[in-house]
Design a protein around this ligand. Structure first.
Ligand SMILES: [Zn+2]
Ligand SMILES: [Zn+2]
Length: 344
């Protein structure tokens, strides 16, 4: 009897340890929106944490308060898909929970942008297409008073944390590997194409530049728009679509080559319709799961999808699980893109 109890104890302990170590292998994804517990009109910013501790912020946008946002914690890398104000962050939240979910209360983030503020405050690397990266690097310099140098790279690897903000910019198709102290594997980030625009908000330009553009009502283009593919150390491969219409590289680059198994989908009717987003998921990328963000509407009430929302119509059309990017809720994904905690 005693030995049976012992065997049982050993087995349950082994099972617990297996579960605990499995648990530790999850990637944590936390949307930083304007209103905790909801998916709101301006929500963009998303924080990723690899099991090894590497932390990446994607598209700081307007749903954060800037470099002082208490939800950020450590940020090793700041990614930016394109120059539009709702992504670069020409405005910022007046305060956490300011305004309502459908009409968020923001203040100007000029002249710096939330992207530059956060990268400066957190000593983060920036990785974005080179022309936009050079623009953000100058803004970081304007805050810190020091040039934003290239990130120190050793054997093709960027070791985090960094002593100061630095540039790891690249072109479409370029990639970088980020490694945490003591980790055996790194997180690989690749810039991938998007089909959109990447002109910068005039608010973030200096006065002479603003005036020159105003005369002809033109905008300044900061290189091609992009998305990203991030390969985490547990095998999870996430495609961050950026703002984009449907395009053929979704199949060749993102689906066939990178084999993304999770998509963070920017849904906004000026870029992609529910039908084309559905075709992209079902026929081109074929991920195991999707996270819906950038929905440009109040998609939830008390965290539940509003049945009359455009987002609800999109979700209904999908063949695979769609998780809502609920602000402040940390979702955990295993290497096969199963959401194992924190999903709806
Ligand atoms: Zn956008
Ligand atoms: Zn855009």
């Amino acid at each position: 009897m005693k030995s049976k109890t012992l065997v049982f104890t050993v087995l349950t302990s082994a099972l617990f340890l297996a579960c605990a170590s499995g648990y530790a292998q999850n990637v944590k994804i936390t949307p930083l929106g304007s209103h905790a517990g909801e998916l709101c009109e301006r929500d963009r910013a998303t924080l990723f944490e690899d099991p090894t501790g590497v932390r990446i912020l994607y598209d700081a946008g307007q749903s954060v308060t800037g470099g002082n946002d208490p939800r950020l914690g450590e940020v090793h890398m700041v990614l930016l898909s394109h120059a539009h104000g709702d992504h670069m962050g020409d405005r910022k939240l007046k305060a956490l929970e300011a305004g309502s979910c459908e009409k968020v209360d923001t203040i100007s983030a000029a002249p710096h942008s939330t992207t530059a503020e956060i990268a400066a405050a957190k000593h983060s690397a920036i990785m974005m297409v080179s022309p936009m990266g050079a623009f953000i690097a100058r803004k970081i310099q304007n805050i810190t008073g020091k040039p934003t140098d290239n990130c120190p790279e050793k054997g093709g690897v960027l070791n985090v944390p960094f002593a100061a903000s630095c540039q790891a910019n690249a072109q479409l198709g370029g990639s970088r590997i980020l490694k945490a102290p003591g980790a055996t594997a790194g997180v690989e980030i690749t810039i991938v194409p998007a089909s959109h625009d990447s002109t910068v908000s005039r608010e973030l330009l200096t006065d002479p530049q603003k005036a020159a553009l105003a005369v002809d009502n033109t905008s300044l283009y900061l290189g091609p728009p992009s998305g990203y593919v991030i390969k985490f150390t547990n095998g999870l491969t996430v495609y961050l679509s950026g703002d984009t219409g449907i395009h053929t590289e979704m199949k060749s680059v993102v689906g066939d080559f990178h084999k993304a198994n999770l998509v963070l989908l920017n849904y906004g009717s000026s870029a992609i319709s529910a039908y084309s987003a559905t075709y992209a998921m079902n026929e081109l990328i074929k991920p195991s799961a999707v996270i819906a963000t950038h929905v440009n509407e109040r998609a939830t009430t008390s965290g539940k999808l509003r049945p009359e929302s455009r987002t609800a119509a999109l979700v209904k059309m999908q063949k695979r699980p769609v998780h809502l990017a609920i602000s402040g809720r940390t979702m955990e994904f295993d290497g096969k893109a199963n959401c194992v905690a924190g999903c709806n």
